[in-house]
Design a protein around this ligand. Structure first.
Ligand SMILES: [Zn+2]
Length: 487
């Protein structure tokens, strides 16, 4: 996600790892068999509900015998009475412009095993298998469910004439000695997902264009007044779609079809070009973008933007240069979160700091955009110092769970902003070519896996031939003394 712009003014308002490890830990996982999801969803735009059937070929990617399988039910966070709400109290006004509204998910039936709803907030579907499955074995599970969409500007919901379908189907919990079942924290992006394959069909009133993250085809069904949009996307971290009445602009970026879906934007071509420039630059720097299409969608959203594999949200509230900045940031997430995954609950800084710093690198290499790298770093330093001074923060660690940040501003300063400062320090130590080469190495070794901070450090060490662990760890754990302040 790209949060609202951090600047000194906002700060005042808010005031109140080993070389061998890189290869050993990350390789081997990317080509393993993975689960596949076939979803057929019918959208009722009058009731603002979705009826769906999700057929899952679940592959046991763990090293243990499984007797049950867990799935996140993220839409449960949008229901009335949820213990973990999708937005904090401070964000309610911006997220619900038409008043607080609730959504949710109802499970109509499951085949492939008995099921129960569990988790910290009735947000986990637990399917108890009739026969256990061993590592690499698979099982077929189908979930018949119905979604109620909340009227809100968020990952999941509808607002004005748009429908955001983010995190909208039962998706398997990562397994790390047990199923990871973190609830929906309002800070950050509370996701930790393995890559899967997707075949998705969305049937919706034909007035709607359906923005999809992969190659899609659309067939109109005249009698029903509907259109069926079908999309296949393999090796993806997640699958999101946005429905709306859009204008579109399309361009080709080195073989990738880039489409900008927008409603009001008198600089649409400029913003389409920014998406292409960012995709080309990051492909050259970090490794090729692995999908055939990329969709950038202007839609109601209460933050700057949101990343999904092959498709990103750009808030319709963003204006002028902020639109470009959000596009670049979300495009960087295609590498940091998408290709190289990480636990965004436990290690949120891992993808956010890189997405934000990659945005700075983009501007450094594209002077024609008129944003100076040095100014962005100076803003980050100034904002971070002021935030620490005014909030008297005693803990500047980056490696906290989303649940352990006091509020959204602390989360933002310790992940995005401090992360930029760490990478700028590395740039001065190693030079841009070596730093970028280290990040390319990280993509190469950890692509399509869920990386840990030590993997990143090890890859940077491997490329640079330098010992970086103590320096990076001091930033990450909050013991580094940054200039005149304690953090
Ligand atoms: Zn982000």
């Amino acid at each position: 996600m790209k949060t609202k712009r951090i600047c000194k003014f906002m700060a005042i308002l808010f005031a109140l790892a080993a070389v061998a490890g890189c290869f050993a830990a990350c390789s081997e996982q990317g080509d393993e068999p993975r689960s596949s999801y076939t979803i057929t969803a019918q959208v009722d735009a009058r009731q603002m509900s979705v009826s769906a059937l999700c057929e899952i070929e679940y592959v046991n990617r763990t090293e243990v015998e499984l007797t049950e399988v867990w799935f996140h039910l993220y839409p449960a966070a949008y229901r009335d009475g949820a213990r973990y709400t999708p937005v904090s109290a401070a964000e309610v006004e911006g997220a619900y412009p038409h008043g607080v509204s609730y959504g949710g998910i109802e499970i109509n039936g499951v085949t492939g095993g008995e099921y129960e709803i569990g988790g910290l907030d009735e947000d986990i579907l637990i399917v108890k298998l009739p026969e256990s499955i061993m590592p690499t074995e698979s099982v077929r599970i189908t979930v018949d469910y119905k979604l109620k969409l909340p009227n809100m500007r968020h990952r999941f919901g509808y607002c004005d004439d748009k429908i955001n379908l983010g995190n909208w189907f039962p998706i398997e919990c990562a397994y790390e000695g047990g199923f990871a079942s973190a609830p929906y924290y309002s800070n950050g992006d509370p996701f930790n997902l393995p890559v899967c394959d997707y075949n998705v069909t969305i049937i919706a009133p034909k007035e709607y264009t359906v923005a999809m993250p992969g190659e899609s085809s659309r067939t109109e069904e005249q009698e029903q007044g509907t259109a069926r949009t079908v999309c296949k996307l393999d090796n993806a971290r997640d699958f999101a779609a946005v429905l709306g009445k859009f204008q579109t602009a399309t361009a080709n970026a080195n073989g990738v079809e880039v489409t900008y879906y927008y409603t009001f934007d008198d600089k649409a071509e400029e913003h389409l070009k920014a998406a292409c420039d960012a995709l080309n630059y990051f492909s050259g720097a970090f490794g090729a973008y692995p999908y055939k299409t990329y969709s950038v969608v202007q839609t109601p959203f209460n933050q700057g933007g949101m990343e999904y594999t092959g498709l990103v949200y750009i808030s319709d509230a963003a204006r002028d240069k902020m639109i470009t900045e959000v596009i670049v940031h979300e495009t960087a997430h295609q590498w940091w979160y998408g290709i190289v995954g990480n636990d965004q609950v436990a290690d949120a800084w891992l993808d956010e700091a890189l997405a934000e710093y990659s945005t700075s690198l983009f501007y450094k290499n594209h002077a024609d955009y008129g944003v100076k790298y040095e100014d962005r770093i100076a803003d980050a330093m100034g904002g971070f110092s002021l935030y620490c001074e005014l909030s008297k923060c005693s803990d500047t660690s980056m490696n906290r769970s989303l649940a352990d940040f006091a509020n959204a501003s602390e989360y933002t300063y310790m992940t995005y902003v401090k992360g930029q400062l760490m990478y700028d320090t590395l740039l001065h130590m190693l030079g841009e070519k070596t730093l970028v080469g280290g990040l390319e190495n990280y993509v190469s070794k950890c692509g399509f896996t869920t990386a840990k901070p030590d993997n990143l450090i090890a890859c940077l060490e491997e490329t640079s031939g330098r010992n970086l662990k103590s320096l990076m760890t001091s930033y990450i754990d909050g013991t580094a003394k940054l200039y005149s302040i304690g953090g």
